[in-house]
Each structure stands twice: as structure tokens, then as C-alpha cells.
Unconditional design. Sequence first.
Length: 408
Amino acid sequence: MPDPVFLASLYRRHAPRVLATLIRRLGDFDVAEEATHDAFAAAVSRWPQEGVPDAPVAWLIRVGHRRGIDQIRRRQTARQHAHLLIPDNDAAEEARVIEDDLLRLLFICCHPALSMPDRLALTLREMAGLTTEQVASALLQRPAALAQRIVRAKRRLRTAGIPYEVPEASDLPARLSDVLGVIYLIFNEGYSCSDGERVVDVHLCEEAIRLGEALAGLLPWGEVFGLLALMRLHHARREARQDALGELVPLEEQDRRRWDGRQIEIGLAWLARALALTPVGAYTLQASIAAVHAEAPSAEATDWDRIVRLYETLLRVQPSPVIELNRAVAMAMRDSPDAGLALLDALAERHRLDDYHLFHAARADLHRRAGHREAACHAYERALALTVQEPERRFLSRRLAALGRADG
């Protein structure tokens, strides 16, 4: 007899696959979603008495497909949808295309016709199998507003006539970039929560990693492996990034004994697979930087020269003010705080970074290291004014207090 925990786990693992196939077979996102819920409700009702079928996903798809046809007929639109009602094929035959369906669903959830907030919400709801309330919590939105966002996103996909398909080979690299970007944004929101009291949302990080692993199984490209390596290597530090009181701990002060060695091993293995393929992309290069940190026995033993060279390569692949900022910090660690500050001054002249709190936090830290007390205080105050995450605000305030300046 399956218990509720088993059924909940089954839903989280397989609901995206069931939904993806039902969208293809029924031709309607909303009908397929309702049919998916009906199928899992039938499983909850019948499996305790009948037992779990040998092929539970195929069973769920078969039941959901029949329920979906019933829904369409009840809406008296069977004639309009007749060409979409694919015959209920043998389960073994259907199993061969389920993974392709999952890839179709991921690409449509991350379609560039949608805004980035819509892509994040739809991907978490449909691909990660989270409830509307869970997605709203993860994205710091009210559930009612999040539900409306998802409804509007689906409507846009429908009215724009966006095909439910994997892009053509010639379009795949550009579209894959959209998908990887959504997965990495989900991970980043978990790794460093943008607001509130939490430093890390472990569950959100794990959802992003799970999505990445599903994508790697469906589309084994180098940058997919690179993103997985990057997420795993960062996720290895999760326990050390905050202390027992939930306060933020910077990288150089982290207790590396608390880093997850198993996560590091997995991340390095994904990185090896990524580096074996060409061309080497931005996620793989970022993962290579994370690997240098992961393999250093201490902060003092970090190979900053290698990190600087990797950032310089990354800048050629993906020019960005944020990458320039990170390179400047690496240069400061390799050479001197003043060398890093000179690069930050030059960066500020070429880009508008006055409203970017991490730019001011980096300036503050380098001025502190160089012994420029007043300049450090001014930069910390500016960073503090722009920061909304509470643990980060308290960290900046502690730095200010250590310099003898109240945080205001």
C-alpha cells in the first residue's frame, strides 16, 4: 500500500513528464494540467487497493489522457479538438517519446516570448512540480499574484501560437541559452536569496540542480554539464555560508570542513565532462573558477593567478561589468587592494554601477584591506543603503562597526 510520502515523491518526480506528454496528446495546456491532477487523484484513490502498477508513469499518462478527452467532450468542443486527440497508444510505445515531451515542456516554459519573471514562475510550477504557494514563496510574491502571472503566461503562449516543440538544430544553441539562464537564475535565488532573512534556500537550489540534471539527460551538451558543475560546486558551500545564528559568512572566513565533499566530487566530474567538449562556454569557465576555490585547502592557498586568468578568458567569451568586477577582486587578491581599486575606478567610468550594491561592497572591502578607513566607511554605507537581504545588511553593518562607524 503506497503511503502519502511515496505518492508525494512520485508527484514531484513524475508530474512534469505526465504533464508534458498530456500537453502533446491533448493539445491544450490547461486541459492537460487538469488531467494530470485527475490522474494523480485516481492514483491516490486506486493504488492503495490495487497496488502500484509496474509502469506508474505510463499508467498516469493513460488515465490522464482519458480524463482529458472527457474534459474536452464535456466542454462540447470535441469536433474542434478531434485532430488533437491522439489515440491511446500502447504504454511501451508511448514511453519512447516521454523524454522528448519533457524537453518540449522545458523549452516552452523558457520561451523568449515570455518575460523572465514569467519564465521563472512557469518553469518552477510546471517543470519542478511546485505548488503555486511554493513558487510564490520562492519568488517572494503573493500566491494570488503569482497564480495570475502563470495564467497570463499560458495565455500568451496560446495566443502567440507558439509551437510545442524542441527548436530546430540551427536554433538550438540560442534557445538552450534561454533555458540555462532560467535554471541558473532559479539556483542563484536559492544560493543568495534576494530578500528576507534567509541567506540560502536549499530547496530552491536543489530544484535548479534537479532541472539541470534532467536537461543533461535529455540534451548532453557541454554547457549543460558546465552549468551543473557550477551549481554543484557552489552548492557544496551551502552549510558554511551562514553560521549557527544564520549570519552571512564570506568565502575567506568559511570553515572548509563544512563544505560538502560529495557535492564537490560530483561537480568536478561534471566539469571534466564539460571541458572534454568544445567550445568551452561561460558556465564551464565559471565552474572552473569555482573548482579552484573548491580544491584550495585554505583561503590563503587559493591559486588567485589561475582565477585571474580564467576571468580574463571568461571576459572574452561573455563581456560583462559583473565579470569585470569579479576579475578586479581577484586581481586585488593576487596583487594588492590598490591594484583592484584601480580596476574598479576604471570600471565605474565605463559602466553605470552606482546602484549596484555588490560594486560598493567590493570597493568597501578593498579600501578596508588597503587601510583607507574613510573611503571604506563611505562605500559600506552606500552598499548598505542599496542592500535588502537582512543577513547581508547585518554583515555590512558589522564591517562598519569594526571601522568605528555607526551603520545609521
